[in-house]
Design a protein around this ligand. Sequence first.
Ligand code: GDP
Length: 196
Amino acid sequence: MNYLTAKYLLGAAKLAQLPPDEGIEVAFAGRSNAGKSSALNTLTQQKSLARTSKTPGRTQLINVFTLDEDRRLIDLPGYGYAKVPEAMKLQWQEELSRYLQQRQCLRGLVLLMDIRHFLKDSDQDMLAWAAEVGLPVHCLLSKADKLKQGAKSKAVLQCKKAVKELHPTATVQAFSSLKREGLDQLYKILDGWYES
Ligand code: GDP
């Protein structure tokens, strides 16, 4: 698959505004600030495909990028930001769970988590929702450049163990957009989903 040709298609404020539920989608999700936009930019080698500085609390959008006629990348709104009003948080939680559980063309979810703070409550929710419907998940432990090799390996192992409890088939890897570390491993997982 060629990820370098990704193009912005639309921003959907509601699930109803998404393109028809056809073809293949892979979604990226994570808490705000987890490094999701940076990972999408690194993956597609486009500096500002997904904007890396966003205003927390603004109207949240599901951003849709096309890879080719049948394949799309989905950038789900960052969750867990403390300053967002409770009612809005709940509403987005419902939208996210509905997207994960009802979208037929969704083949996989990439879950971004800071390697130093993984599996917060909201990440656990995402994994549990995905597990309920048998949706494959690949966890990217982001900002891996922040840890030394030993601590990094330990974090990956710890995370693998904890993730298994919530989603038995989910996979985990260390990733750094800054150092472009873990990119080949990520491409392999995505190729598997897009070409299945
Ligand atoms: P998002 O809110 O999940 O889209 O997160 P961003 O991609 O905007 O990143 C949040 C912050 O983490 C920004 O200050 C980024 O520069 C930083 N960041 C993202 N990826 C990395 C990485 O691989 N290494 C380091 N050191 N910082 C990163």
